[in-house]
Write a protein that binds this ligand. Structure first.
Ligand code: CYC
Length: 161
């Protein structure tokens, strides 16, 4: 896993140089948003179950997916879906704190698309649910932190598509 600091330092190290102006600017931007990131992560953690619940209500409930024949039908599959959304929220929060998406590649997206395809989990509906989580999260944490979280929700969606 990388973060905003190690990624800037690694790329300077590869060139055997001190951090140049643009590298310093990147770090400055990251440090200046530190408070914002920590505050957002705290409020997401305190409201995680509610965020997932509202996102499911907005995107999946009472659709064909939750009816017989749908991929969320039966409590076992319903619970697996909620658990997956919990993962996406928690790992997006980690990535937002780190300011870097690499943790998503390593721990979430690796082999996920293949797993979903082999189990018949619909990717389109999953992406819709993640987009709903993005909206619900933004309304909780405000536009600036919401935009930053959006980067990582979108990263998962494009990794799945
Ligand atoms: C931390 C990283 C991580 C991820 C991301 C993860 C995902 C993941 N989701 C799975 C299943 C599943 N995922 C879903 C999800 C959904 N079905 C829908 O219709 C909805 C659109 C959607 C929810 C948004 C369902 C229903 C299953 C069970 C499918 C089945 O067994 O038939 C499975 C197969 C094994 C299992 O059932 O537990 C994995 C590995 N596991 C992990 O360890």
């Amino acid at each position: 896993m990388q973060d905003a600091i190690t990624s800037v330092i690694n790329s300077s190290d590869v060139q055997g140089k001190y951090l140049d102006t643009s590298a310093m600017e990147k770090l400055k931007g990251y440090f200046q948003t530190g408070e914002l990131r920590v505050r957002a992560a705290t409020s997401i953690a305190a409201n995680a179950a509610a965020i997932v619940k509202e996102a499911v209500a907005k995107s999946l409930l009472y659709s064909d997916i939750t009816r017989p024949g749908g991929n969320m039908y039966t409590t076992r599959r319903y619970a697996a879906c909620i658990r997956d959304l919990d993962y996406y929220l928690r790992y997006s929060t980690y990535a937002m704190l780190a300011g870097d998406p690499s943790i998503l590649d390593e721990r979430v997206l690796n082999g996920l698309k293949e797993t979903y395809n082999s189990l018949g989990v619909p990717v389109g509906a999953t992406v819709q649910a993640i987009q709903s989580m993005k909206e619900v999260t933004a309304s909780l944490v405000g536009p600036d932190a919401g935009k930053e979280m959006g980067v990582y929700f979108d990263y998962i969606c494009s990794g799945l598509s």
